[in-house]
Design a protein around this ligand. Structure first.
Ligand SMILES: C[S@@+](CC[C@H](N)C(=O)[O-])C[C@H]1O[C@@H](n2cnc3c(N)ncnc32)[C@H](O)[C@@H]1O
Length: 232
């Protein structure tokens, strides 16, 4: 027996089978499996199983993230889009009234993202370097509610700051996947998370929660942050 239940976060669902819960999003596009994920059919559409082992955002939700800034209607700037695995679920969540500007700097990797965007009108693919928001500012219309970043770069805090400064105003959200080993390969991971939070705070970005993703993603955490002052 399979049933679909709304998750506590809007736009996300639990597929319930034999007392087991699977995160999922309702697909914007019928009969579309983006990366081989299972589709569960229901009277009101297709639900795509969202596996925490394949997506750090799903892992953060599974690990008890308290606040989910990405919601139906959100305008999202997604940095480090890769082939579009997590982007596709974000596209489902924001739905037809939201938009996902998806930035990926590797042209080879971005091929999958470009194909995905041909099937989903709420994804705008941008093949550019997230370190240089000025290079893609012309493609981003209006302000952004949430910058989601998963680039695994040592200067990830500065990249988030530069993008929030370019596209967002006071109260906007940042969701940052911190790969401790990309920032510092020798320090203890908790020290790296504290160090990154302190750095973001110096930029005027307040970290509201840091969710450790182990064992789903080793030495990773998801930081949920908010622009707490006018960024200079
Ligand atoms: C860990 S993967 C992202 C996985 C993806 N977020 C997902 O969950 O489906 C990191 C991606 O960031 C891209 N990347 C790294 N540095 C970047 C930069 N400076 N600008 C844009 N993309 C970058 C890499 O090419 C890679 O595809």
């Amino acid at each position: 027996m399979t049933s679909i239940q709304p998750h506590k976060f809007s736009g996300i669902f639990n597929v319930v089978e034999d007392n087991r819960y699977w995160l999922s999003t309702r697909s914007l596009v019928p009969n579309q499996s983006v990366y081989g994920e299972r589709i569960v059919k229901s009277d009101d559409g297709d639900y795509r199983i969202w596996t925490p082992r394949r997506s750090k955002l799903a892992a953060a939700i599974q690990k008890g993230m308290k606040e989910m800034p990405i919601q139906p209607g959100s305008r999202v700037l997604y940095l480090g889009a890769s082939t579009g695995t997590t982007v596709s679920h974000v596209s489902d969540i924001v739905g037809p009234t939201g938009i996902v500007y998806a930035v990926e700097f590797s042209p080879r990797v971005a091929r999958g993202l470009l194909r995905l965007s041909e099937t989903r009108s709420n994804i705008v693919p941008i093949v550019e370097d997230a370190r240089h928001p000025d290079r893609y500012a012309a493609f981003v219309a209006g302000t952004i509610d949430v910058v989601y970043q998963d680039v695994a770069q040592p200067d990830q805090a500065r990249i988030l700051y530069e993008n929030l400064k370019s596209f967002c105003t006071y109260g906007a959200w940042g969701v940052l996947a911190i790969k401790a080993r990309s920032v510092d390969s020798t320090s203890k991971v908790d020290d790296v998370y504290r160090q990154e939070s302190a750095l973001l705070s110096q930029y005027g970005i307040e970290v509201q929660e840091t969710v450790r993703l182990d064992p789903l993603e080793k030495d990773h955490a998801m930081a949920v942050c908010r622009v707490s002052e006018a960024l200079k």
